[in-house]
Ligand binder design. Structure first.
Ligand SMILES: Nc1ncnc2c1ncn2[C@@H]1O[C@H](COP(=O)(O)OP(=O)(O)OP(=O)(O)O)[C@@H](O)[C@H]1O
Ligand SMILES: [Mg+2]
Length: 225
């Protein structure tokens, strides 16, 4: 919400999105919680709720998409809606508000539909089902699909988690265990964000390094069990 681009755009009437639910926060939440169907005003409670719903969704999704499934743009919306449909009005729908993080702007709302069609025809078609022979090929598929989806940032919120859920579904197609993303979300986050930025120039090597670490950690943990 503390989004400079959004604020600048709001100054121009044409881009005023304050009437949209996705641009509103829950009264009484001090602007910290997006307007939701449950009237939750505590950040902690909404985070907990989203987490619990995410765990349920991942379990359900492994029954929805087979190991030889080729993902589409509408599957991405389906995943988002299955996860957040009970919480937010805008679940599964492409966003209409501009979003940037730490000054880095994601795709402009008017471009999202077209970019998702391109994402389906390009990376999703080429790299799913993710049934490649070598780990290098699997990592490349994970890195490209993840980077491109994050750069489009199709939804109001939850883009990172949806992209990670998709990566897990792709990993399962490649007969890997569910991925452990701590290398991406924890200490390695700074490097990961840099890898997202490099993706703008279609340089996916930094993201391949991130996913190599994620896959290695996942496999190491499995060996220990
Ligand atoms: N400064 C940044 N520059 C570029 N991309 C970023 C930046 N910060 C975060 N991101 C990307 O945006 C994602 C967060 O977007 P969003 O808030 O929609 O997803 P989320 O699922 O709610 O959050 P998270 O991924 O942090 O759990 C991150 O996972 C990352 O891929
Ligand atoms: Mg978020």
């Amino acid at each position: 919400m503390s989004d400079s681009n959004l604020n600048n755009m709001k100054k121009s009437k044409r881009y005023d999105t304050s009437h949209l639910i996705e641009d509103q926060t829950e009264p009484g939440s001090k602007g910290r919680v997006l307007k939701n169907k449950l009237g939750i005003t505590s950040k902690r409670e909404i985070d907990r709720h989203e987490k619990a719903e995410q765990i349920r969704t991942i379990e359900e999704l492994t029954n929805v998409f087979s190991v030889d499934h080729r993902f589409t743009a509408s599957d991405i919306s389906k995943i988002h809606n299955l996860w957040l449909g009970g919480i937010y009005e805008w679940a599964g729908k492409y966003r209409q508000v501009a979003i940037s993080k730490s000054g880095f702007p994601f795709a402009f709302p008017a471009q999202i539909s077209r970019l998702m069609v391109e994402f389906e025809k390009g990376p999703l078609h080429k790299y799913t089902p993710c049934r490649f022979k070598t780990l290098e090929e699997v990592v490349k598929a994970l890195a490209i699909v993840h980077t491109e989806l994050v750069l489009i940032h199709p939804f109001r919120d939850g883009n990172g988690r949806v992209a990670r859920m998709l990566a897990t579904l792709m990993a399962l197609q490649a007969e890997l265990p569910p991925l452990d993303f701590r290398n991406m979300t924890g200490k390695g986050k700074k490097y990961y964000i840099k890898a997202v930025h490099e993706g703008m120039e279609r340089d996916y090597q930094p993201m391949e390094k991130v996913f190599t670490a994620v896959v290695r950690k996942t496999l190491r943990d499995r060996e220990r069990k």
